[in-house]
Design a protein around this ligand. Structure first.
Ligand code: ATP
Ligand code: MG
Length: 448
C-alpha cells in the first residue's frame, strides 16, 4: 500500500519530501518555479537512494541524458499510459528495496567477518571488552580515552552495535575537523537564510542520529561556544537548528572520544568542566599498544587476512624474524601504525613471505637505534622521528605532525638547558635567548 501526495511546484514538492520521506517521486519538468531538472539533485540530496521518475513531453535525447546525469531513475514520456507508469514505478521500488537489502547484508557480512571488531586477548583488552559490555545497554554517555590509533572509534562502534539502538544510525562527527560555525551547523543543522550560503533547511547530525548513536570524535578540540550548546543538548535532549528558535527533540545517545587529557584542557580553560562531568558518566580507557604487546601476533593476523581480499583468497604470510621485530618495536602510533606497517610490508613482499626487509624503514632504523646510536647524525634521527609522526598523521583527517615533531625537539633542548643551569630558569632563558615567560610556559606545557 502506498499513499500519494500532490505538489503544485518543485519547491512545494521538496518541502513535502523533506516531511513525508517518500519512497518514490514522480517529477514533471516544466513547473511554475524551478524546473524539474533543477529540482532533481535537491531531491537526491535529501535522500540519496530516493528513486525519481521524470515525466516529460519532450522526448529528446538531451532531456533524457540530462535527467539521467542528474540522477533520475528513469523517465516517462507523455502522454503517460498507466500500465507503463506502473511498470516503471514497480521496477524502481523493487530496485530500491533490493539495494537496501544488499547494504544491510553487506553490513552483516562485515560484522560476521569481524573486520570492524576489536582484536586482542590480553588482560588489558579483556578489560576493555568488559567495560563495553557493561555500558552498551545503558543509555548514558561514554567518554573514550586513549592515544591516537588505539581503536577509540572501534570501541564506539562496538558500543553501538551491542546496544538496543543497534538498528538505528551510528553517526560520527569529527569535532576538530572544521571551524566553529561550520561545526555548529554540522551538528545541529540550520534553517534557510541562517547565514550566507544557507540556501535551504538542513538537518544536523544530531537529528540524523535520532534513534541511534552520535559519536563525537576529538571532543577535546570542540570550540567552547559549541560545548555550551552541547551541554544543554545533553541535559534537555533538544536543541535548535542554527537560525531557528524552534526546538528539535531527538532521542540520541552520545559517545565521545579524545586523545587529549581533558583535565589539562579544563585547566587551560579550553574545555568546560561541567560538560566533562556530564559526558564522563562512564569512561573507557584504551591501552597504548606498547603496554599489550602480546596482542601483536593476533593483530598482525587480522591485518594480513583483511588485506587478502583478492579473488585467489591467498593470505599473506610473515616470517618469525619479522614478527619478532614487530614485537620489539614500541608503536608510538599504536594499532594504526601497526596496520599501516603490515599494509606496507604486504605490498613490498609481492606475495612472498614478509621478511624484516619488507617492514617500513623507520621501524627498522628505530629498532637498530636500540643499541647505542652508531653513525647516526642528528638529521637521521629527525628523519626517523618525522616518519613516525607522518605515519600517525596519515590516519588522521587533520595531521599535527609538525607541531608534534617541533614539540619533541623543543622539549629536549629545554630539558638539557635546565639540567645545566640546575633548574635556574632566568639563566636558562638568557642562554637560550628566549623570554622568561615563554620559557615558563613551555616548561608547563611539556610538564618539565
Ligand atoms: N584492537 C584493535 N583491533 C583491530 N583493529 C584495531 C584495533 N585498534 C585499532 N584498530 C585499527 O586501527 C586503526 C585506528 O583505529 P581508530 O580509528 O579506532 O583509532 P582512534 O583511537 O580513533 O585514533 P585517533 O585518536 O587517531 O582518531 C583503524 O584502522 C582500526 O580499525
Ligand atoms: Mg579516531
Amino acid at each position: 500500500m502506498y499513499r500519494g501526495h500532490l505538489a503544485a511546484s518543485a519547491e512545494e514538492g521538496l518541502e513535502l519530501a523533506a516531511k513525508e520521506r517518500p519512497d518514490l517521486v514522480l517529477l514533471d519538468i516544466r513547473l511554475p518555479g524551478i524546473s524539474g531538472l533543477d529540482a532533481l539533485p535537491r531531491f537526491r540530496e535529501q535522500n540519496p537512494d530516493l528513486p525519481v521518475l521524470i515525466m516529460t513531453a519532450h522526448g529528446t535525447m538531451e532531456t533524457a541524458i540530462e535527467a539521467t546525469k542528474r540522477g533520475a531513475w528513469n523517465y516517462l514520456l507523455k502522454p503517460i499510459h498507466n500500465e507503463d507508469a506502473l511498470h516503471h514505478i514497480r521496477a524502481a521500488l523493487e530496485h530500491r528495496s533490493l539495494s537496501r537489502e544488499v547494504a544491510q547484508l553487506k553490513r552483516e557480512l562485515e560484522d560476521w567477518r569481524g573486520l570492524e571488531s576489536l582484536v586482542g586477548r590480553s588482560p588489558a583488552m579483556q578489560d576493555v571488552y568488559r567495560r563495553i559490555g557493561a555500558v552498551a545497554t545503558s543509555s548514558s554517555s561514554v567518554l573514550i580515552f586513549g592515544e591516537s590509533g588505539t581503536g577509540k572509534e572501534l570501541v564506539a562502534k562496538a558500543i553501538h552495535r551491542h546496544s538496543d539502538r543497534a538498528g538505528g544510525p551510528f553517526i560520527a562527527v569529527n569535532c576538530a575537523s572544521m571551524p566553529e560555525p561550520l561545526l555548529e551547523s554540522e551538528l545541529y543543522g540550520h534553517v534557510k537564510g541562517a547565514f550566507t550560503g544557507a540556501i535551504r533547511d538542513k538537518a544536523g547530525k544530531a537529528e540524523v542520529a535520532d534513534g541511534g548513536t552520535l559519536f563525537l570524535d576529538e571532543i577535546g578540540e570542540m570550540p567552547l561556544a559549541i560545548q555550551a550548546k552541547l551541554l544543554r543538548f545533553l541535559e534537555e535532549k533538544r536543541f535548535e537548528r542554527v537560525g531557528s528558535t524552534e526546538p528539535v527533540e531527538v532521542d540520541v545517545r552520545i559517545l565521545a572520544a579524545t586523545n587529549l587529557d581533558l583535565r589539562v584542557q579544563i585547566k587551560k580553560q579550553l574545555f568546560r568542566e561541567d560538560l566533562y562531568y556530564r559526558l564522563n558518566v562512564v569512561s573507557i580507557e584504551l591501552p597504548p599498544l606498547r603496554s599489550h604487546k602480546d596482542d601483536i601476533p593476533l593483530l598482525v593476523a587480522r591485518f594480513l587476512s583483511a588485506g587478502a581480499g583478492e579473488p585467489s583468497g591467498k593470505r599473506a604470510e610473515i616470517s618469525q624474524e619479522a614478527m619478532k621485530l614487530l614485537e620489539r618495536y614500541d608503536w608510538p602510533g599504536n594499532v594504526r601504525e601497526l596496520k599501516n606497517a603490515i599494509e606496507h610490508a604486504v605490498v613490498l613482499a609481492q606475495g612472498k613471505t614478509i621478511a624484516p626487509e619488507h617492514l617500513p624503514s623507520h621501524i627498522l632504523q628505530s629498532l637498530r637505534g636500540e643499541a647505542p646510536a652508531q653513525g647516526q647524525t642528528l638529521e637521521d634521527l629527525i628523519r626517523q622521528r618525522t616518519h613516525r609522526a607522518l605515519d600517525v598523521a596519515e590516519g588522521q583527517t587533520e595531521g599535527n605532525a609538525y607541531a608534534e615533531i617541533s614539540a619533541d625537539l623543543e622539549k629536549v633542548v629545554i630539558e638539557t638547558t635546565l639540567k645545566r643551569t640546575g633548574g635556574n630558569q632566568v639563566q636558562a632563558s638568557k642562554l637560550l635567548g628566549i623570554h622568561r615567560t615563554t620559557l615558563r610556559k613551555k616548561i608547563e606545557d611539556y610538564g618539565l
